[in-house]
Design a protein around this ligand. Structure first.
Ligand SMILES: [Zn+2]
Length: 354
């Protein structure tokens, strides 16, 4: 099965949501679109991750009509574009192909030919929105892109946490457009979600499968690198994209230990959802009824309170402990000087005086 290219329209819709990450406020972000399906684990974003050891590989041998395109969030004055193809062992270099650029994402112009597997364009500050690798005839080997390098005074952020969502809408083909939109959104947010949940030596998943199921009775769930969503729920509430951000956080958390309390596992996922992805949407907490371990958005609000007041990296530290199977309730006391129960009471008191 060939995957239809994700459209530019989706990217324009998400323009606001894909703003630059906190650590590189001026960096322009990029997305990859291709008519080509991925071979095994060789995902598209490996072509622009700053690591020449990793590479994108197409599943099929491309036709002359196929393409691989890097699209920036906005046009950037570029000094040089260099594309290297072929596997580390030297095979599958692109010979019959050209490098194209576009300022509007619609009209593409040839700027260099591939010679010996690479193409180089000294662009002299030309404005570029998109860079495209285009075969010029049907190829007899897969397309393998080692690395795309974009040099510009305003930096373009490479994929620090390469990721590819695969969408399965076999149960509900009419949801394809919606599911593709969610996939683009979650891919765009993946670096920022990972920044909230990073820990030394941890490498997050590079492939996630999102399946929409008729038979699934809940809202959505994550298991390993698989996310399952309810067709019925998301048809009724197509704007609830944050639910899929929450599930993406579960994939990133990857807590294999069994001892982690579920209120905190869900609280951390909802903390990233409601205090990073969609701030202000957590809703009110009733201090007369709530408890810190009520899970989901209530626990997320509790974590936000403790984080603000005691330790800005609280969630990062709790996540690391849970990921490593070392979490115990005393962690709160160690990090803040107060027990989780004391913090819970203090948080509820703070809500009463608001
Ligand atoms: Zn959850």
């Amino acid at each position: 099965m060939r995957i239809a290219p994700r459209t530019l329209v989706v990217l324009v819709l998400l323009g606001v949501a894909t703003g630059a990450s906190a650590d590189e406020p001026s960096a322009v972000l990029a997305t990859v679109q291709s008519s080509l399906e991925t071979a095994g684990k060789q995902i598209r974003q490996f072509a622009f991750d700053g690591d020449p050891e990793t590479y994108f590989e197409s599943k099929e041998n491309p036709h002359a009509t196929d393409q691989f395109t890097l699209v920036l969030d906005k046009p950037v004055a570029v000094t040089r574009v260099k594309v290297t193809t072929g596997k580390p062992d030297g095979t599958d270099k692109l010979e019959a192909g050209v490098l194209q650029t576009s300022v509007d994402g619609k009209k593409f112009t040839e700027v260099a030919k591939f010679v010996g597997g690479s193409a180089n364009f000294d662009s002299k500050d030309q404005k570029v929105l998109a860079v495209r690798v285009q075969p010029t005839s049907d190829l007899s080997s897969p397309l393998v892109i080692r690395e795309i390098v974009v040099e510009s005074p305003q930096p373009v952020a490479t994929f620090r946490y390469p990721i590819e969502f695969k969408v399965d809408v076999t149960d509900a083909p009419e949801m394809k457009e919606w599911a593709d939109k969610v996939a683009v959104l979650c891919e765009a947010w993946y670096p920022r979600l990972n920044d909230q949940l990073k820990s030394d030596g941890f490498k997050p998943a590079t492939q996630i499968t999102m399946t929409m199921k008729n038979s699934y009775k809940g809202v959505a769930e994550a298991s390993g690198t698989r996310i399952t969503g309810s067709v019925k729920f998301f048809k009724a509430r197509p704007d609830d994209l944050g639910a899929m951000i929450h599930e993406t956080c579960h994939v990133i958390q990857r807590y294999r230990a069994r001892g982690n309390p579920s209120w905190l596992v869900e609280g951390v996922a909802d903390y990233v959802r409601f205090f990073i992805y969609e701030p202000g949407n957590a809703g009110p907490v009733n201090p007369l009824q709530a408890h810190y371990n009520d899970s989901y958005r209530t626990s997320a609000s509790f974590l936000a309170y403790v984080s603000d007041k005691y330790d800005k990296s609280l969630v990062l530290k709790l996540n690391k402990l849970m990921r490593e199977g070392k979490y115990k309730e005393e962690a709160f006391k160690n990090l803040t000087g107060k027990t989780v129960q004391e913090l819970g009471e203090e948080w509820l008191e703070s809500l009463k005086t608001k």
